[in-house]
Design a binder for this molecule. Sequence first.
Ligand code: PLP
Length: 390
Amino acid sequence: MRKVYLDYAATSPVDEEVLNEMMKFFNIDFGNPSSLHLWGQKALIGLDSARIKFKELLNAKELKEIIFTSSATESNNFIIKGLVFVWLFKKRKKPHIISTTIEHESIEQTLEELKNLDLIELDLVSPNKDGFIDPKNIENYIKENTLLVSVIYVQNVIGTIQPIKEIAQRLKEINKERKEKGLNEIYFHTDAAQAGLTENLNIQELGVDFLTLSSHKIYGPKGAALVYKRADIEILPLLSGPGQEFGLRSSTENVPAIYGFAKAFEKFYPKRKENNSYLFELKNYFLNEIKKIYPKVQVNGALENSCPKILNLYFPDYLSQEILIKLDLEGIGVSISSACSVRASKPDKIILALGHSQERAQKSIRFSFGLKTTFEELSYVIETLKKIIS
Ligand SMILES: Cc1ncc(COP(=O)(O)O)c(C=O)c1O
């Protein structure tokens, strides 16, 4: 049977070249990078080279600003909990956090748990119907004890790109005023797990204090991710122990995965402009062809300012589960929502967060494209969809 994978936002295959390059760290240069002998040194060279690459490509100022973790979920937990713990320890009263209603569960649940434990005050900003957060709405929630603002960069279910630079700029101005009043600086974090290959991740241009990036969404292996942390900000580790990663993430580093992560980023990130135009062509073609066979289809979230790899469509006459299963039987892999919430089989909360109905949330499907996706594959998917909906 033919197979077409259209779920690149859930995960991507490891690039062949990347896979070949990382292999030696499994069985040849397999040492523990903290060991002093030759094997350890070889592994350390691999680890250091990955850190240097990320420092350069993300335009970080110092190597210690790049902290490797095991996943974007871990990175997000570390940033939020690490900052909250420092605050609680120093101030002995609750900090306030501002985030949005369109975050990935790894942010949403972390914040919810801290709130339920009565450790933080929390405000969540809603997007407009097109799926964008207005920086002014964030500003409206700022309080004296605001510690952190966390906003997703590319929304993982609908693909809208949030105005990260604008929010950072506004927070810089607000922080200047706060400093004069003797108030704490508000930190800004963006979860860029879905932005890894398509958006500008230049830290100095973006103006963020923290950023999350993941390997398996960008043709690297699973098991590696990173946190960019501005050098002078104090944070407590989630994992304590011998003190790897500048004392901020104990545990032996997953050198093969981290090395592969860096190789994938080095290979694809600098080519994002040309890759984006290819992905945009795929997305536009797919949407136009679907409109021909099913004119009632509607896009969830705006098309402008959206990431080229994600397209979320509403099929008013069909339950998404039904289409998904039929596509799967024909060898086509797509998602209803974020991979993490699919098994819960709930209507997608992101579609609801846009202000749409339960019904629309249950009739929406996410298609996500990759660099290996071809027009020919897409026309096979269109032909199959035609059969399903006729
Ligand atoms: C925006 C975003 N953040 C975080 C994650 C979590 O990634 P992981 O499950 O690899 O930890 C995902 C995964 O889909 C994501 O899309």
